[in-house]
Design a binder for this molecule. Structure first.
Ligand SMILES: [Zn+2]
Ligand SMILES: [Zn+2]
Length: 149
């Protein structure tokens, strides 16, 4: 998010407007909770982040925000999906997904590593006649807490 003029609320409002949706107070608070959270959040964690949010409206609003491209859902091994702001609204990153407890943590690579990774991925895609535009890369494994337990 290098652009200092970037206005997250404005961007989300624009996405919602294109989907014929309004940026209600509840949606604004939900976006703020996702922004404040460390890494992708479960619905339980979102409600912990902002106790004024109601669970039923959080479900509905997450679905709408996902539909308009403002929120991404990360599905893990368990039933507890995690949500985060879409990458085009934040920063490119990757996830560490624990297959034991379902925890999801963000991690980033250096830009040099991203460049060589992109080059390798594009080459593989081109062989399939595929025009790659971006990549998603999540690691599956066991988190530090679960390994210690
Ligand atoms: Zn774990
Ligand atoms: Zn990457």
């Amino acid at each position: 998010m290098a652009d200092v003029d970037f206005d997250l609320d404005q961007e989300v409002a624009d996405l919602l407007r294109r989907g014929d949706q309004r940026y209600t107070t509840g949606r604004r608070r939900l976006v703020a909770a996702l922004q404040a959270g460390e890494g992708p959040l479960t619905i339980t964690q979102i409600l912990e982040e902002d106790a004024s949010l109601a669970q039923s409206s959080v479900y509905r609003n997450l679905t709408i925000l996902e539909e308009v491209g403002a929120v991404t859902r990360i599905v893990t091994r368990d039933d507890f999906a995690r949500y985060e702001l879409a990458e085009h609204l934040t920063e490119h990153h990757h996830h560490l997904i624990c297959t034991t407890c379902g925890d999801v943590a963000d991690f980033s690579l250096t830009s040099a590593t991203e460049t060589s990774l992109d080059r390798a991925l594009r080459r593989a895609a081109e062989e399939a006649g595929f025009a790659a535009e971006a990549h998603r890369l999540d690691l599956l494994g066991v988190c530090a807490d679960c390994r210690a337990a």
